[in-house]
Write a protein that binds this ligand. Sequence first.
Ligand code: AP5
Ligand code: MG
Length: 193
Amino acid sequence: MFNLILFGPPGSGKGTQSDKLVDKYGLKHLSTGNLLRQEIADKTPLGIEAKSFMDKGQLVPDEVVIGMVDSYFEQHKEARGFLFDGFPRTVAQAIALDKLLELKKTNIAAVLALEVGEEELVKRLLNRGKTSGRSDDTNEEVIRKRFAVYSNETTPVAEHYKKAKKFKSIRGEGTVGQIFDAICEAIDKKIQQ
Ligand code: AP5
Ligand code: MG
């Protein structure tokens, strides 16, 4: 298996690039944000619990998210590899992911982190909020809260993978095509190793 993490703050382009990457590399896209929004749309108990956190820009509790990822693995046993988008977001999630992958006799090949300045991120998210229907995009206060949560709870995840020498930064500003090319170059290097 070949597993990648696409890392980066809210609005950095993880979802946009994931859609293109899964086609090119035949990976399964695992976006915890998308899975949670589906649970909300289906009005499941998990979705109802998650919504109260997401609407405020806070993280959904680790055990909820880890349980959801575990059951996604159960449902996709045939996958050649996963592209993780928006997960792991805490060190506890990263440790849980390492363990789940170990059980599958695999690991993370690389963590590619999209670097984008905060003002550009706010602009992108407010712009998306006009059409996305995402309650966490329409209000600048909630957007700023998501950045604060990212900085406090998610940036330590980068350290976790830097220690394991798996972390690589990629410039996330420019056209979608330019960024895609830079990501593919990093992935192709990894595959050749
Ligand atoms: P999640 O859905 O993961 O959202 P996010 O991390 O806040 O990131 P976004 O999806 O907003 O941004 P993105 O990086 O995917 O960028 P995109 O490609 O869309 O999480 C939402 C919430 O769910 C969290 O706040 C939390 O509550 C909960 N949650 C999710 N996972 C969790 C977890 N593991 N643990 C706990 N809680 C969790 O691009 C953004 C916009 O910019 C788009 O409009 C796009 O068209 C545009 N754009 C993209 N690339 C470019 C470019 N190069 N130039 C100009 N515009 C661009
Ligand atoms: Mg996304």
